[in-house]
Write a protein that binds this ligand. Sequence first.
Ligand code: ARG
Length: 461
Amino acid sequence: MTDKLWGGRFTQKAAAWVDKFGASISFDQQMAHEDLEGSLAHVAMLGKTGIIPQADADAITAGLHQLQQKLEAGELHFTIANEDIHLNLESMLTDLIGPVAGKLHTARSRNDQVATDLHLWLKHRLPALKSALSDLQSVLVAQADAHAGTIMPGYTHMQHAQPITYGHYLLAYFEMFQRDYERFTFTQKHTDMLPLGAAALAGTTFPIDREFVAEQLDFDAVYHNSLDAVSDRDFALEFLSNAAILMQHLSRLAEELILWCTYEFNYIEMSDAFSTGSSIMPQKKNADFAELTRGKTGRVYGDLMGLLTTMKSLPLAYNKDMQEDKEPIFDAYDTVLGCVHIFSGMLESLTVHPEKMHDATIKDFSNATELADYLATKGVPFRQAHEIVGELVLKGIQSGQSLQDMSLADLQKAAPQIEADVYTDLTSEAAVNRRTSLGGTAVANVEKEVARAKQILATHA
Ligand code: ARG
């Protein structure tokens, strides 16, 4: 036999570099806390059911508590020779309390152990991510509140389309982040399930009590199929796909903020605290953190694609391929949490230039739809109204005149239905405030939606 914990049937030792290739301890030590927690629940069950003598269970429990203290104190030193977090901790337990430590692995396998650790890891961390997301949503709502009436161009195809308000724009992201929040809540249900007790793949001959273990670990449910319990990584993929969608939202917002900070737009200015300078060009102030978030989106997509591909075609039940599940999860979690925090600070501290935004809606013909709608309400078929206004826009471009600058006589030449009241419809304020349809950009609507958003935030635990 070799000196491995599983070395009984082996006669030859692997070289250190081969051990290193197979080891996961460099990254799965992040789950040390969860591994000890899972072991404590398992041993409590082994003692309670009489599968091992209570005195042995007590000795193991005491040893695990010592390991918890050492972990907190940073006194645990993991080794590649012990492969992963499970074998490292078991070997440390043996050093502490002797051979009785070997009873801990009764009715358990590393396959259900690692699945349990990963469920716990994510279950413990999703609340912090949701709360960071909630904070970001609160910042958006506060800014939307302050800017419910700040008029800016709304775009399609990156061309000026119709005026909107900055508050309305911000609330669009509030809604996206709310769906992200709800997706993470949904995933919580799937992390809240106990795989332990599935053993290697088929269950165990010992009279275990899985409900008791679930209660100890505060899991809401237990897996009802042992093969599924050790093979399922759906919960991790769900988390990663939610994370990828959230990053997509952040990256779209990032893109717009970066653009709006440019000399050409100048709609907003990032605070110095969320900008960086250039080592060569003294005038530069770069929106690095928005850019970095946009860039990190690729990384989180990679985490998702990586694990999807790892899991593709894997036969049931456990395969060592699945050791590749942890790094993407850890990486995506840290990345997303960091980006969400950064965006809260960035959005809260940036300066808005309302006059710049408003000015951009004056000479851009973004009131053309208003004139077409005006004609339609006077009985002109919309298609025809569209054509009349299109021709007026062309004339305006040629003569350097906006629609609202044209004389009533000129407008009436194009369409005799036009009367003097047209000019009130042609202001950006009217364009915004007449859009009172549900979900529209009217200031009163935005104010109402701010109130609704606040109510939604109040439901976040
Ligand atoms: N380090 C392994 C992983 O992360 C633990 C499970 C090992 N199980 C096994 N049968 N080799 O997946």
